[in-house]
Ligand binder design. Structure first.
Ligand code: TPP
Ligand code: MG
Length: 586
């Protein structure tokens, strides 16, 4: 049988090693769907309930595997739905290929149904953005698109007019210049290492320091050993922006955990007191948490040279892969005799961990959200993959879930969008059927794309979802109060019975409200054979406080209470009780 453009497209994806495509059919991609149907033994199509999820899944798949994630959507509305997930991939540097349909090639530009100018729409999000103009054009586009997404760690978009998907190769007349098969599906990731002179200059800066902090982000994942060797040599604490949570395990003696609003106090102190900063694979945005420019010199390692010197006025920028670059840097670093800076950070962490334990052991009903997050620790498999959403839930995961060596973690770091937690967990389970995949999400984020819970049921993916139910868009409630001094507005959520929802999807759900119910509920969820969830009813008045509350933030909170915050009585009482309980724990 003659091969169509869609056949060429899907065969070429298979050549590139693509084994799964996340998407939702539509009349703009029926040709591609047929090519997928006839190759289902070699490439899996995972049908989602919303195209945004397909893009999140492709992004999560790419983040967790390091391989290309692929999503597919129909012309017009389907393609538009992809965008948020694609921006997530763009901003967190995940290689994703988005495939879309377009209207009939000879109706483009005539205001035909579902015609949206997708090349304009995807222009900003994509590093590669093309429309196929015939069956003979497709293979080269797939080759160039996959290569661009992988090389630039970004989004490639290819759209194919619906009628051309069914065009047979023989029917597409080749131009006089084209030589058949001029592109290739061969790609290897480059290993970039900076030149010797730059490495020496960086070592000079680092060796001259007395108090060095290593800031290790997403780009440093997979280089734990090198990070710890450097930390040991320099007596330097490792501070982890959220996407770098898995860069070194949380129980590493060298780390002070997270940084920023959801970080730890020892990390903040170390950054404040540092005289040298070594940034590795991070673009951590919150500049107020960086050291003061006049008291600290910086060295930055990043695979992408355009990210060097964006957040901190570094003295030396090393363009290179985190692991390879640290390996060439290590022999130049002198062992620092004075360990006082590291020891102070370690003492700070001992106290911080004790504080976290106290907060996670509170017996209030409904339980504090910290209780459910901390209860997860004992139940996570050594190779668990944990995905989370944006909200106060992010704070609870960041601080209370202690990541072990071998576990993976991600969320939407730079776009900080709601809702990827569930799709990421599904993608992780598809990528690693044998591993435990857990999503820890808020009730707001979960409800945005909760149809995907049925997707997990459909494909028998035993994901586990912890829904922190506070019946509010919690993060925004606190932002309105603490940052602006305004009473909360437009943030309450109509409660949903998530246990019933799980059952309605054909899965199972468990509920817990009292602290002593947390572990049994989580255990039951973990033991369930298929997808399962826990609805954890938590205290909506528990604030995700920064590690150190700034005077201005306390003032704004007081203002909001004074200006008629509807829950002011409960909030003031919660803040007061928290202070007392923290003090009791010391
Ligand atoms: C798509 C999107 N819309 C809005 C926001 C703003 N936002 C950030 S966190 C948040 C609240 C999240 O609520 P929920 O999932 O219930 O978690 P909680 O904060 O209550 O723990 C909102 C609305 C966002 N980040 N992304
Ligand atoms: Mg909520």
């Amino acid at each position: 049988m003659a091969r169509t453009a869609a056949d060429v497209l899907v065969d070429r994806l298979i050549d590139w090693g693509v084994r799964v495509v996340f998407g939702l059919p539509g009349d703009g991609i029926n040709g591609i769907m047929e090519a997928l149907r006839t190759r289902q033994d070699r490439i899996r199509f995972v049908q989602v309930r919303h195209e945004e999820s397909a893009a999140f899944m492709a992004c999560g798949y790419a983040k967790y595997t390091g391989r290309l994630g692929v999503c597919l959507a129909t012309s017009g509305p389907g393609a538009i739905h992809l965008l948020n997930g694609l921006y997530d991939a763009k901003m967190d540097h995940a290689p994703v290929l988005a495939l879309t349909g377009q209207t009939y090639h000879d109706l483009i530009g005539t205001q035909y149904q579902q015609e949206v100018d997708l090349l304009s729409l995807f222009k900003d999000v994509a590093v590669y953005n093309q429309m196929a103009l015939g069956a003979g054009h497709v293979q080269a586009l797939v080759d160039a698109g996959c290569r661009a997404a992988l090389s630039h760690r970004g989004v490639a978009h290819i759209t194919v007019p619906v009628d051309l998907q069914e065009q047979e190769i023989e029917d597409d007349e080749r131009s006089s210049k084209k030589v058949e098969g001029h592109t290739s599906d061969v790609w290897r990731p480059p290993t970039v290492v900076p030149c010797e002179n730059d490495v020496r200059a960086a070592a000079g800066v680092l060796n001259a320091g007395a108090r060095t902090v290593i800031l290790a982000g997403q780009g440093a994942i997979g280089a734990a050993s090198e990070l710890e060797q450097l930390a040991d040599l320099m007596g330097a604490p490792i501070v982890k922006p959220l996407l770098g949570k898995a860069a070194v395990p949380d129980d590493s003696p060298f780390t002070t955990g997270g940084i920023g609003l959801l970080g730890t106090e020892p990390s903040e102190v170390a950054m404040e007191e540092a005289d040298t900063l070594l940034m590795v694979g991070t673009n951590f945005p919150y500049m107020e948490f960086y050291p003061k420019h006049d008291q600290c010199r910086g060295v930055q390692i990043d695979a992408e040279p355009s990210r060097l010197g964006l957040r901190f006025p570094i003295s030396v920028g090393l363009c290179g892969d985190a692991r390879a670059t640290m390996q060439v840097l290590l022999p130049h670093i002198h062992r620092r005799g004075n360990r006082a800076f590291l020891e102070k950070a370690q003492a700070g962490m001992t106290a911080w961990r004790a504080l976290m334990r106290t907060q996670a052991a509170r017996d209030d009903v409904p339980m504090k959200p910290q209780v459910i997050a901390a209860a997860l620790n004992g139940l996570l498999a050594d190779d668990a993959i944990i995905s989370t959403d944006s909200g106060t839930v992010t704070t609870w995961v960041a601080r209370y879930v202690e990541l072990k060596r071998g576990q993976l973690f991600s969320c939407s770091g730079n776009l900080a969008t709601m809702a990827p937690g569930l799709p990421y967990a599904i993608a992780a389970q598809i990528a690693y059927p044998g591993r435990q995949s857990v999503a820890f999400v808020g009730d707001g984020g979960f409800t945005m794309l909760m149809g995907e819970f049925a997707t997990a049921v459909k494909y028998r993916l035993p994901i586990k979802v912890v829904i922190v139910k506070n019946n509010v868009l919690g993060m925004i409630k606190w932002e309105q109060m603490v940052f602006l001094g305004n009473p909360e507005y437009g943030v309450s959520l109509e409660p949903i019975d998530f246990v019933k929802f799980a059952e309605a999807c054909g899965a199972i759900g468990f509920r817990c409200e009292r602290p002593e119910e947390a572990r049994p509920a989580l255990e039951a969820m973990m033991l369930a054979e298929g997808p399962a969830l826990v609805e954890a009813i938590v205290d909506p008045f528990e604030p995700p406080m920064p590690a150190r509350v700034k005077a201005k933030q306390a003032l704004r909170m007081a203002e909001s209470l004074a200006r008629g915050e509807p829950n002011r009585g409960r909030i003031a009482l919660t803040l007061f009780r928290n202070k007392v309980s923290d003090l009791k724990g010391h």
